[in-house]
Design a binder for this molecule. Structure first.
Ligand code: ADP
Ligand code: ZN
Length: 511
C-alpha cells in the first residue's frame, strides 16, 4: 500500500494535510527530518503513516505517559499494532510488549526518553525513530528536560536508522540545538506556518482583572475556554470566584488529587463544564477542538509557552480569542521565580525569554506579526485581527492634541525630556518646574490628559516622526522636520482613538 492508501485505510482521512505528504516522502526516503508544525497541525501522522510502510519497528519517544496511552489507544482503535513500554506497567505487561517487539509483529512502540529499553533497541529491527516534543532536548527551549539528553546516544546505538524530530515550538537556536544534539544528518526541514488566523490576540492592562474577566465571560456565555493562572492557589481562587459569579468553572493543577484532576479534565472535554482555570500543567496533549478562548491572568514565562497555550483555542478553525492581562509587576515577580539557582547561563536564557514576553505585552504594533517573527516567519505589517490592528482602524484626528505637545516642546526649546514636558503641559506645581516656564501660555494647556496618556501620545508622535528623542546622555524631546506641518496645520495627525480621548478633540487655543 502507498502512503495515501494507508492514510485512508488506517486513519480514515481522504488526503494529507499541509506538508504531511512531503514529510512522509522524506521519511520514506530514509532522510533525517525536522518537523516544525503548530499544535493541532497533524504531526503524529508524519511518523505513523511511514511506520506502517516500513518493514520494521518505529520507536516513538514521547515525554508524557498519559499522552502515550492516548496515542496508543487511538492507534489500536484504527487497527494498528502499537504499544507503549513504561514503568507504570506490571512486569507481565512489560514482557508481553517486549515479546511483541521480538516477534516483529509490533509496528509502533512508544517509549519515554528515560527508558532503559533504548539500549536494547540495536537487537531489534528498527526502521524509524520518531522524537516527539523534540524541543525538550534543548536548553534554549522553554521546556528543557534533562532526560531528553539521553536521546543523543540513539545515533550511535542505531547509526543507520533515520530520525524524525517533531516539535510545535522552536526558535532558530532551539532548532539548531535539536539538529546538533540528535546528530541529524543533513535533515530535511519542514517549517509550517505558525499563523493561527482565527485567533484574535488581545492584551489588556492587568487592573481589576477579575472584574474585566467577568465582563469578558459575560459576552461569551456559551463558550468553552481555558483560563491560565501562574499559581495553583490562584487557579482555585479564580475558579471559586467565577462560580460565585454564576459561571461554570473548575480548577486544574498538578497539586490536585489525581482522580479529581482527571474528573475536571473530563468534564471540560465533554463540555459539561465550560471553563477550566488551570496552571500550565493543563493542556499538553489535550485535543478539544471547540475551545473558544484562552485567557492568561498572569504573564507567561516565554513567548513559546504563550503561543502554545493560546494555540489550544480554535482548533476547529472558528473565531477564537487569546486575552492576556499584562502588567510590569508580573515581569518583576516572575523574574524572581524564573531564576535557576546555581546556573547563571540558564537564568540568563530564562530572563531573555521573559523579557521577550514582556515586549509582547507592551507592543504597539501588530501582535501576530511579533509572534510570527519570533518563530522566524515573515508576516505582513498588519493582521487585522489583533487588538492593535483593530484599534488602528479607528484613527481619529488628534492634530490639536499633538499641537499642544509640539508647542510645549517649542516653548521649552527642546531642552527637556518627556517627564518635564508632561508636567509642564499639565501645569504641575512641582518645584522642578522653572518659575518663568509657569508664565508661558502653553503651561497647563494639557491638564485634562493623564500623565500616562501623555506618555502614550508622545511615544506615538515619535513613532510617526513628529517628535524625536535627542541622541546622547539625556533623551530630550525635540522637534523634527515634520513638526512644523502640524503646528501650521498643513498636516493632520491621526492617533488611535484609545489615545486621543474625546476631550482632546474639542478645539483649544494653541499658540
Ligand atoms: P499535533 O501532534 O501536531 O498537535 P495531531 O497529530 O494530534 O497534531 O493532529 C491533530 C488533529 O488533526 C487530530 O485530530 C488528527 O486526527 C487530525 N488530522 C491530522 N492529519 C489529518 C489529515 N490529513 N486529515 C484530517 N485530519 C487530520
Ligand atoms: Zn495585528
Amino acid at each position: 500500500m502507498n502512503p495515501l492508501q494507508i492514510l485512508q485505510k488506517h486513519f480514515g482521512y481522504s488526503s494529507f494535510r499541509l506538508e504531511q505528504e512531503a514529510i512522509v516522502h522524506a521519511v520514506l526516503a530514509q532522510r533525517d527530518t525536522l518537523v516544525l508544525m503548530p499544535t493541532g497541525g497533524g504531526k503524529s501522522l508524519c511518523y505513523q503513516v511511514p511506520a506502517l510502510c516500513f518493514p520494521g519497528l518505529t520507536v516513538v519517544i514521547s515525554p508524557l505517559i498519559a499522552l502515550m496511552k492516548n496515542q496508543v489507544d487511538a492507534l489500536r482503535l484504527n487497527g494498528v499494532h502499537a504499544a507503549f513500554l513504561n514503568s507504570t506497567q506490571s512486569p507481565p505487561e512489560q514482557s508481553a510488549v517486549v515479546d511483541a517487539v521480538r516477534a516483529g509483529t509490533l509496528k509502533l512502540l512508544y517509549l519515554a526518553p528515560e527508558s532503559t529499553f533504548l539500549k536494547e533497541l540495536p537487537r531489534y529491527n528498527v526502521s524509524l525513530l520518531a522524537i516527539d516534543e523534540a524541543h525538550c532536548i534543548s536548553h534554549w527551549g522553554h521546556d528543557f528536560r534533562p532526560d531528553y539528553l539521553n536521546l543523543a546516544q540513539l545515533r550511535t546505538l542505531l547509526p543507520k536508522v533515520p530520525v524524525i524530530a517533531l516539535t510545535a515550538t522552536a526558535d532558530r537556536q532551539t532548532r539548531k540545538d535539536i539538529v546538533d544534539k540528535l546528530s541529524l544528518r543533513d535533515p530535511a526541514m519542514f517549517v509550517s506556518s505558525f499563523n493561527r488566523a482565527n485567533i484574535r490576540y488581545t492584551v489588556e492592562p492587568k487592573r481589576q482583572s477579575s472584574e474585566r474577566l467577568v465582563e469578558f465571560l459575560r459576552s461569551r456565555r456559551d463558550d468553552s475556554g481555558v483560563i491560565y493562572c501562574m499559581s495553583r492557589s490562584s487557579t482555585e481562587e479564580v475558579a471559586a470566584f467565577l462560580t460565585r459569579e454564576g459561571f461554570d468553572a473548575l480548577p486544574y493543577h498538578a497539586g490536585l488529587d489525581r482522580t479529581l484532576r482527571s474528573k475536571h479534565q473530563d468534564l471540560f472535554l465533554r463540555d459539561e463544564v465550560k471553563i477550566i482555570v488551570a496552571t500550565i500543567a493543563f493542556g499538553m496533549g489535550i485535543d478539544k477542538s471547540n475551545v473558544r478562548f484562552v485567557v492568561h491572568m498572569d504573564l507567561p514565562k516565554s513567548v513559546e509557552g504563550y503561543y502554545q497555550e493560546t494555540g489550544r483555542a480554535g482548533r476547529d478553525g472558528l473565531d477564537s480569542e487569546a486575552l492576556l492581562f499584562f502588567s510590569y509587576g508580573d515581569v518583576i515577580k516572575i523574574k524572581r521565580l524564573a531564576q535557576v539557582p546555581g546556573n547563571e547561563a540558564q537564568t540568563e536564557i530564562a530572563f531573555r525569554k521573559l523579557e521577550q514576553m514582556a515586549e509582547y505585552g507592551d507592543l504597539r504594533s501588530c501582535r501576530r506579526r511579533f509572534l510570527l517573527q519570533y518563530f522566524d516567519e515573515t508576516a505582513p505589517q498588519h493582521c487585522g485581527n489583533c487588538d492593535i490592528c483593530l484599534a488602528e482602524h479607528e484613527l481619529v484626528d488628534a492634530t490639536i492634541l499633538s499641537q499642544k505637545v509640539l508647542s510645549a516642546v517649542t516653548r521649552l526649546k527642546g531642552r527637556f525630556g518627556a517627564g518635564y514636558v508632561i508636567d509642564f503641559l499639565r501645569g504641575s506645581q512641582a518645584a522642578r518646574i522653572q518659575e518663568f516656564h509657569k508664565k508661558l501660555p502653553t503651561y497647563g494647556i494639557g491638564a485634562d490628559v493623564s500623565k500616562d496618556d501623555w506618555h502614550d501620545v508622545i511615544r506615538e508622535l515619535i513613532d510617526q516622526g513628529y517628535l524625536a528623542k535627542a541622541e546622547g546622555q539625556y533623551p530630550l524631546l525635540q522637534l523634527t522636520d515634520r513638526s512644523d506641518d502640524v503646528l501650521r496645520r498643513t498636516s493632520t495627525v491621526l492617533l488611535r482613538k484609545s489615545l486621543a480621548r474625546p476631550v482632546e478633540l474639542e478645539s483649544a487655543a494653541v499658540e
